[in-house]
Design a protein around this ligand. Structure first.
Ligand code: ADP
Length: 191
């Protein structure tokens, strides 16, 4: 099972990925988490991307693809993969299809979590105030930038995929539990 979770920052991709990992044992490939770990460990990649993440802009496609290719190769023995935060540009979407194709795999399920912008702003503000491990990019100002980048760079992926696959839209304003239930239904239908 290869599953993509698409949605703006704060739409619940991380929370739902955790649920899927626990329930199905799939491997979560979150580029945001991978990059933040690199920053914490002060690796060469971490040094390169630190300021980019703090600014809310995107890391360049080549670096992301290199990271993803390497991480993906560690997951082939797993029953499934969840792509969270990747792809984020049309180019990444095309490359993902190619990477999977080379392994005789395909995309099985694409889920879009939709949440209105005001709710996203509220959620991230709350997360920034409550979290002990505050993310440098979880401020209203940077969130606005991340939303802008999402609308320009990432949203077009939904149209790109809609032409080729059936993109499943889930109302991300429902409770966490309801969203999980809906995802579970879709995984069971598609596996
Ligand atoms: P969000 O809360 O917006 O879903 P993520 O944790 O997925 O945030 O990503 C945080 C930051 O990491 C992004 O704003 C971007 O700078 C960088 N990043 C993550 N994934 C990608 C990607 N696929 N391509 C380019 N940059 C990325």
């Amino acid at each position: 099972m290869n599953l993509i979770l698409l949605g703006p920052p704060g739409s619940g991709k991380g929370t739902q990925s955790e649920f899927i990992v626990k329930k199905y044992g799939y491997y979560q490939l979150s580029t945001g988490d991978i990059l933040r770990q690199a920053i914490t460990k002060k690796t060469t990649t971490g040094m390169v991307v630190k300021d980019i993440l703090a600014s809310g802009k995107l890391v360049n496609n080549e670096l992301i693809l290199q990271i993803m290719e390497e991480k993906l190769s560690e997951t082939y023995s797993k029953p499934g993969r969840i792509f969270d935060g990747f792809p984020r540009t049309i180019m990444q979407a095309e490359q993902l299809e190619e990477l999977l194709h080379n392994q005789n795999m395909k995309l099985d399920l694409i889920i879009e979590l939709s949440v209105d912008e005001n709710t996203l702003l509220e959620r991230i503000t709350k997360r920034a105030n409550e979290s002990s491990e505050t993310r440098e990019d979880d401020t209203i100002e940077i969130l606005k930038k991340r939303l802008e980048v999402y609308n320009i760079e990432t949203k077009p992926i939904i149209d790109y995929y809609t032409d080729k696959y059936h993109v499943q839209k889930i109302d991300g304003m429902m409770s966490v539990h309801k969203v999980s239930e809906r995802i579970e239904e879709l995984i069971n239908l598609n596996s």
